[in-house]
Write a protein that binds this ligand. Structure first.
Ligand SMILES: Nc1ncnc2c1ncn2[C@@H]1O[C@H](COP(=O)(O)OP(=O)(O)OP(=O)(O)O)[C@@H](O)[C@H]1O
Ligand SMILES: [Mg+2]
Length: 260
């Protein structure tokens, strides 16, 4: 299984949209995909019309009730999506209390890794949607993944957040004693605005080697898809956004073959 984290400490930059769009495209290629919601806000969970406030089984139980090695229980947590070969491990809003309850407890950084090990042969990809804070959930995601995708909005303020994110990433990698390849993906790009254009230029200058080639454009079809709870390619296979996400997917997979 290939495990990718989609992360940025800044909110509203297209993390959940990237997880859903990339996951849907991988599913359309015939891969077995597991989407994992690690964000207590549960946007990915809500995307598929589940209520993160009232789920009986969720990521929360895997952490808090120490069920991460219980394959049978994980099976109860996993939910279907609108594609037969794409599944979801949903979040619960109660995940927000996790930090207080379990931080400092031995082994808490490896809960997700252990849970994914239980289904390792059952999926080709796991895509992790992460919360915008560096806490126990983010640490779990970084420990479990082999690659990091960092969506970053093409606007000036986002550059500061990106700098922080890359710094955090390097610190966590150091403490976990591992290297993690990462790709920065410029998002919500509007070529008619000078802010978008100049920020992209700046990103290319600073992060040349780690930057995706093409920015994800603003595409209202992505928003429409989220309202309808379907994968963007199911709504419109060739929308501008979906097209660029397809190129990104090819690049991510090719790059992975190079580094591994
Ligand atoms: N390329 C795009 N074009 C148009 N709208 C987009 C695009 N990407 C994301 N959006 C919209 O922007 C909003 C924020 O995106 P999203 O929820 O994916 O961000 P996020 O980083 O996961 O946010 P949060 O930190 O709150 O979880 C959503 O309404 C989404 O539909
Ligand atoms: Mg999100």
């Amino acid at each position: 299984m290939r495990v990718w984290s989609i992360a940025n400490q800044k909110g509203g930059v297209g993390k959940t949209t990237s997880v859903v769009t990339l996951g849907g495209l991988l599913g359309a290629e015939g891969h077995r995909v597991l989407l994992v919601d690690l964000d207590p806000h549960g946007s990915l969970t809500s995307y598929f019309k589940l209520d993160p406030d009232s789920l009986e089984h969720s990521m929360y139980q895997l952490f808090f009730n120490n069920q991460c090695k219980n394959r049978e229980y994980i099976g109860q947590v996993i939910r279907p999506t609108t594609m037969p070969n794409v599944d979801l491990l949903p979040a619960a809003t109660s995940l927000a209390t996790l930090e207080r309850q379990v931080s400092g407890q031995e082994g808490m950084g490896l809960v997700l890794s252990r849970a994914l090990a239980q289904v390792w042969e059952e999926y080709d990809y796991a895509l992790l949607d992460t919360p915008p804070i560096l806490g126990v959930l983010m640490v779990n995601a970084l420990a479990a993944c082999q690659r990091l995708v960092i969506p970053t909005q093409t606007e000036h303020l986002a550059m500061k957040g990106l700098e922080r994110m890359v710094h955090t990433l390097k610190m966590v990698m150091q403490s976990q004693k591992r290297q993690l390849p990462y790709t920065i993906v410029p998002t919500l790009f509007d070529r008619r605005t000078s802010a978008s254009v100049s920020t992209l230029k700046e990103m290319r200058r600073i992060y040349r080697d780690s930057l995706a080639e093409e920015p994800i454009p603003v595409d209202t079809r992505l928003r429409d898809a989220s309202q309808q709870g379907v994968f963007p390619h199911q709504l419109e296979e060739e929308s501008r956004g979906v097209r660029v996400y397809k190129h990104l997917l090819t690049a991510l997979n090719t790059d992975l073959e190079k580094v591994s």
